[in-house]
Ligand binder design. Sequence first.
Ligand SMILES: [Zn+2]
Length: 466
Amino acid sequence: MPLRFYSTLTQTVEQFAPLEGNTVRMYTCGPTVWNYVHIGNLRTFTFQDILRRWLRYRGYQLDHVMNITDVDDRIIREAKAAHKTLDEYTAVYTQAFLDDAAAMRLERPERLVRATEHIQAMARLIAGLSEKGCTYQSEGSIYFRISAFPGYGKLSHMDFSGIRAGARVDTDRYDKADARDFALWKAPKEGEPFWETEIGAGRPGWHIECSAMAMQYLGETLDIHAGGIDLTFPHHENEIAQSEALTGKPFARFWMHSEHLILGDQTMSKSLGNFFTLADLLGQGYQPEAIRYLLASVPYRKKLNFTFDSLHSAVTAIQRLRNYKLRLETEKFPEGLNEKLLERTWQASREFEESLDDDLNTAEALAAVFEFVRETNSAMDAGEFRAGNVRPALDLLARFDAIFDVLGPSAKAASISESEIEALVAERNQARRARDFARADQMRSQLLERGIILEDTKEGVRWKRK
Ligand SMILES: [Zn+2]
């Protein structure tokens, strides 16, 4: 079966291939740097990371643009309250986002672009829309006339045709019930930043930012536009209206949206005040890769119910895989090749790939790997696993980790010193002498987590860094 994705636009799963050549042109809405991102936001970015990696696994090249929204209503409000300039204010949260992304092992998009560096492109786009009669002015602001775009509502699958002409909305974020003509360009206000452009002085609305940056780098029709489900309306609906009204072409071929992260019985959000940042969870002793695993393990179109139980399960799952890898790397297996197990390895690999081809079904992909690990661990215990089966099994793990990226040692592992390792090894030897094998095994796992591999030999315990 070919690679296929669900598109919010058509509400169906469709076969995917890029429009031109081998390169996927993808735009994802990045963070609005008004505050720290929370793990609900990170779920969206993790989904996009899995999507990136899977496209590359399938042989495509990527031209992925992610924006940093560094000017919008909230940023202006918060910067003002903090008595900082826009740049001073957003620099802190931009860096915090990049640090979080690196800790979560999110690949850097090919282009990471800032809204404030593309103001003239936004003004040009608005000028083009005005020439086509899609806009009107009111008190120095410029609005998009949604009645000028008959397809308005096609992404969120709502009928907005009854909306009273001329009713306007000035804020960037509003509900479907409040759908009106929206602001493309906002008139300068006392104490607010503004830019001089061909359409006059002012600042862009949030929605035009993404249309302008996407089209500048990726052309008029993108292969994929992705974001969190809450961006479907009004943000992406408005992006479609502006872009397509201007070009007359489809703005994006695939619209992919990841579902909410739920905490308790509510969507995790800053405005509800029920959220964890990455720093909150790291402060409680969790490794970023456990959070990454948890966020990636639920297929992106399903709601993800965040609990500490599920986070613990993620820790255990990673540990199981790391232990399995260690066993492959360190245990002596009988010479030869078990053909049946080799065939089983290929089957697991096929199941892994078919699951991800199926609209990134990460849960099934993981199930394929874990079932394989369970069966081959048993085969090892029964003496059926052979030296020739090691390489193919490690290869399967490498395929898995090219996408999930959780097996590499935790970030702080690099900082463990030789004397610290020696001390821990001595402590483990002590536990073994006391026949406390559970404790000894636990310590082996902990060292492995920090990138240290122990080998029990006749001459005693040897250790090496991964
Ligand atoms: Zn956007």
